[in-house]
Design a protein around this ligand. Structure first.
Ligand SMILES: [Zn+2]
Ligand SMILES: [Zn+2]
Length: 132
């Protein structure tokens, strides 16, 4: 079983993921953009049972009804996204992994909210909103 570690920029908050992610996607939604300050955000989806905080405690932010995002209160790195309607799943920012190159995205979601100057990767699947 693969074990992935990651955390925020300043290392105050660290986490571990046991096992492989179930999805890898780039999200172009406005909410991710505002929460991260980036044009788009890459996410890995993992079973919540496989995700563990190993050092420090992140701050939480309700970015939409039923959505909780976490981030480091010291350096600001966005770390996770969880939805009340999917209690068994958590999304982790791919770029906060120690080795993010291991999990290339397979699709781009919420392309309807994409910035006009952001180019889509033609080799990936594209979804207007989220889901398959
Ligand atoms: Zn930090
Ligand atoms: Zn998003």
């Amino acid at each position: 079983m693969s074990i992935e570690a990651g955390g925020c920029f300043c290392a105050a908050v660290r986490y571990r993921v046991d096992g492989a992610p179930t999805a890898s996607a780039i999200c172009h939604c406005r909410s991710c953009r505002q929460a991260s300050g980036a044009a788009a955000v890459a996410w890995l989806t993992v079973p919540l049972a496989n995700f563990h905080w190993t050092h420090g405690t992140p701050r939480t932010h309700r970015s939409s009804p039923g959505v909780e995002r976490t981030f480091c209160e010291r350096c600001g790195t966005p770390l996770t996204y969880a939805r009340d309607t999917l209690p068994g799943t958590i999304d982790v920012t791919t770029a906060s992994l120690d080795d993010p190159a291991r999990f290339p995205p397979t699709r781009e979601v919420w392309v309807a909210e994409k910035l006009p100057w952001q180019r889509l990767d033609p080799s990936l699947a594209h979804r207007t909103a989220e889901g398959d």
